[in-house]
Design a protein around this ligand. Sequence first.
Ligand code: PGA
Length: 251
Amino acid sequence: MRKPMVAGNWKMNNTISDTKKLIDALVLDIGQIADVDVVVCPSFISLAVAKRQSEGSLIRVGAQNLYWKDAGAFTGEVSPMMVRDVCDFVIIGHSERRTLFGETDEGVNQKVKAALAVGLAPIVCVGETLSENQAGLTGEVVSRQVREGLKELTPEQGAALVIAYEPVWAIGTGLAATPEGANEVHRDVIHPILREMFGETVGNGMRILYGGSVTAANAAELFGQSDIDGGLVGGASLKVDAFTAIVRAAL
Ligand code: PGA
């Protein structure tokens, strides 16, 4: 059985004091839920406070990005070890990074390897754009992103990471994929590739989250599908009531 996970991707929202308030409220409400892995992913500047405020609870902290080099002259970047200091997870290859900041499958692969090397669990995002979807290219695009992003990993490394399928047209639009449609991609495209790459047991055990307009209203039906193991939640993760309801829907 794959343990459900709900991760909140705060994107570029919340100051340090906003973070403190939000985490305090989450700790009170869902801080002791053990049957769902609950992860919050604030901006770099709020990671330390998120870590501190969540101590003593089961809520874990993730970053939204990292750079693959260990250290050195890379102005503005944050290294895997720096992230590892305060985080257990790191989102890699989010569609906003791919489309707005030029991230490639190759770069995603380098980041995934660098994260794993320091003991961070990557949440690797994949997903097709609206035009790719309309052209019937979903399977092809998602396959390529999974194969290239996870290239050259061992089964042991595969087992340590989580995939998030986030159709780009569903992110922030209020237009989530249908539970059946999302499940089809998880079950018929991603899980078979993971089994092929990492073997039956590891592939089957790897979690695939759905992301893209997950709300308190649609979470239970999405998470009820055979191959949807939880969610990567953007907008709704900024509101205590919505996020806690989504976490409970994963129970
Ligand atoms: P959304 O964002 O829930 O606001 O659609 C999801 C994401 O980008 O991870």
